[in-house]
Design a protein around this ligand. Structure first.
Ligand SMILES: Nc1nc2c(ncn2[C@@H]2O[C@H](COP(=O)(O)OP(=O)(O)O)[C@@H](O)[C@H]2O)c(=O)[nH]1
Ligand SMILES: [Mg+2]
Length: 475
């Protein structure tokens, strides 16, 4: 293995920047570029050191006019804290050095260039994590946990990411894999020693696989909540022009993000903004009001609205309670869209409650009957309550985020679990069709391989490449 290095903090003005070096020569490299000697490098401890460009010294020696003292000053690049790890007790499992220098745009780059001049090469995206996997410090699902942790925008996704990183999913998958490997071993024993080992009953075989399928399906249930945690809960604001969609977006964000006017058709493009709701990232998508329009730009906007409505996790359908058409059933596109939405994906909201003269109780009852909630953004009526209603509509699986054993999986993991189930079903069919044991093993091995791809026990380069291309440099 060669030595890899990179800056692991974002570029820009900051108090501290950090550079990581991993590889067999990392401890030698730091000695070549700092005041530290071998005996200073005690694993798990920080040392205050001068980072030194010894080459600058050589150049200075050529300069006859260089005064002593000035020359020494020339060598110094920065004063830094150096943290040392000894293999295998490090993140990558290799010898690692981390240099914490002063932040800024130039210093860290300069120190990195010194590291590179002294034998390391620039790390690729995710390469430190890749080494951690190859050195069996973490499995692939844990690496995905790191990726989720870095990208997490709220408490709930962060909690889930930490569980993934802690290996909760990996352990569960590993148990299922070991169980399948046990069945495979028994089958192979039947094939190899037909005289000594009795034939495997197809009923027992099918029963055991069905039980494993049930367990895999249980894990798969968290796919939807996994998507919501990673990408945010997508809420579309929809309805007729002037219903108050943009006003509601602004109320949710508590800022004047979208333009609000009484001119119908003001919002044309989709405006996307998120808030943190009880630890969950909720992404609001404000859309153009749905109506028949001759305006080309507005038509495109309405097209986008329909797409957003289809793809959203929840649609807030707004109706202006003060409008004359609020309660007339219109045989138009809006009605069609509404009818096509699953009830659990829809919240009907009556807006501008402040403009409605509600004298009699019966009248409020009628309004409420047609809507899930009545609001006024102008007078701040029920806006907070609406937020809670939106949260309650987010996937019920999210409640499990605080359950230590439940991890919400990602799309890659879900795809592999589905493939695993297919292979197990094929193996059951092979048994039911009375095919020879050899045929059962083919599908069983494929199922085991799919589980192995989740944890990285069955790794191939393609999996690693796609996965680490999503990482940032330095991780
Ligand atoms: N009185 C009152 N007016 C509102 C309320 N919400 C929105 N409006 C007004 O309704 C008009 C249309 O609002 P807007 O948010 O742009 O609607 P959109 O077309 O659905 O985005 C604007 O003049 C807003 O000031 C409300 O709760 N009460
Ligand atoms: Mg608008």
């Amino acid at each position: 293995m060669d030595d890899i290095a990179s800056i692991i903090t974002p570029t820009g003005i900051a108090a501290v920047a950090a550079i990581r070096i991993s590889g067999p020569n990392s401890h030698k490299i730091i000695q070549k570029i700092s005041s530290l000697k071998e005996q200073d490098l005690i694993p798990g401890t920080f040392k205050l050191a001068w980072i030194i460009d010894y080459k600058a010294d050589e150049n200075a020696e050529d300069d006859e006019n260089a005064e002593i003292g000035v020359r020494e000053q020339c060598q110094k690049v920065d004063q830094a804290l150096v943290l040392c790890f000894k293999a295998p007790k490090s993140f990558t499992g290799e010898d690692v050095i981390e240099i914490q220098c002063h932040g800024g745009t130039w210093l860290s780059k300069k120190i990195l260039s010194l590291v590179l001049e002294n034998g390391a090469r620039l790390a690729q995206a995710g390469e430190f994590t890749e080494r951690a996997i190859l050195n069996k410090k973490i499995d692939l699902s844990q690496a995905e946990g790191i990726l989720d942790l870095i990208h997490s925008r709220g408490e709930l996704s962060s909690t889930n990411a930490l569980k993934l990183y802690s290996g909760n999913l990996g352990k569960r998958i590993q148990e299922l894999r070991v169980e399948l490997l046990g069945i495979l071993a028994e089958l192979i024993a039947c094939i190899d020693f037909p005289d000594e080992v009795p034939e495997y009953s197809r009923e027992v075989f099918s029963q055991r696989l069905y039980e494993i399928i049930d367990e895999v399906q249980e894990i798969l249930k968290s796919e939807k909540s996994g998507l919501i945690l990673r990408e945010g809960f997508k809420v579309a604001l929809a309805g007729a022009p002037n219903a108050g969609k943009s006003s509601l977006l602004n109320a949710m964000l508590e800022s004047d993000r979208a333009i609000v006017t009484d001119v119908a058709g003001t919002t044309r493009d989709v405006i996307e903004e998120s808030i943190n709701l009880n630890g969950l990232t909720v992404v609001f998508l404000d859309t153009a009001g749905i109506r028949k329009s001759e305006d080309k730009v507005e038509q495109i906007g309405i097209g986008l609205s329909k797409k957003v409505i289809q793809e959203a996790d929840l649609v807030l359908w707004l109706e202006d309670l003060s409008s004359e058409t609020a309660f007339t059933v219109q045989g138009d596109e809006s009605t069609e869209i509404l009818l096509n939405l699953k009830p659990e994906k829809l919240l009907k909201i009556g807006t501008k409650l402040d403009l409605v003269e509600v004298g009699e109780n019966a009248e409020i009852g009628v309004l409420l009957h047609a809507h899930d909630i009545l609001i006024s953004t102008s007078n701040d009526i029920n806006v907070k309550e609406l937020k809670e209603l939106i949260f309650s509509k987010a996937n019920p699986e999210l409640k499990k985020v605080h359950d230590i054993n439940a991890v919400s999986i990602n799309t890659r993991q879900a795809d592999l679990l589905r493939q695993c189930i297919n292979e197990l079903k094929k193996a059951i069919n092979a048994a039911q069709d009375n095919l020879a044991h050899d045929f059962w093993t083919i599908d069983l091995k494929a199922a085991i391989a799919r589980l192995g791809e989740i944890t990285g026990d069955d790794l191939n380069e393609e999996i690693l490449d796609t996965m680490f291309s999503q990482f940032c440099i330095g991780k």
